[in-house]
Design a protein around this ligand. Sequence first.
Ligand code: IDP
Ligand code: MG
Length: 139
Amino acid sequence: MDRTLAIIKPDAVERRLTGRILERIEAEGFQIRAMRMVRMTKREAEGFYAVHRDRPFFQSLTTFMSSGPTVVLVLEAPDAVRKWRELMGATNPAQAAEGTIRRTFATSVERNATHGSDGPETAAFELAYFFRGLELTGE
Ligand code: IDP
Ligand code: MG
């Protein structure tokens, strides 16, 4: 079993899409191992997206991610990292496959409804960014 970090971003929470996205996650066979609502500060969003600090969209992205509450989740499934990215679809919703979460719910490349870790090392960093050991080890 594998774990990945998912975030329901502020655009989707604000538009009351949380329930529909959670339903989709469970329907696709993920076990939700931990879940919490988090309103990140600007600084916390910058720490989370530190790998992107030199990208032109960094300031806008971290302002957006700290603009309202998010839902952070630990998802478990075989091959969870890849499987969750596949369910989310491409970063740019215009390029995301039909039926993916981003194709269905995103309104722009920035306001794209959900986040997912992009590999096992990233997942380990991102899970630890939001969840403590005890929350992560429970069955
Ligand atoms: P990912 O979320 O699909 O892994 P990343 O390249 O890691 O995509 O980018 C992180 C987030 O930054 C994206 O989900 C999106 O919200 C935002 N982003 C990425 N590229 C752009 C862009 O070209 N313009 C504006 N925002 C972007
Ligand atoms: Mg990424």
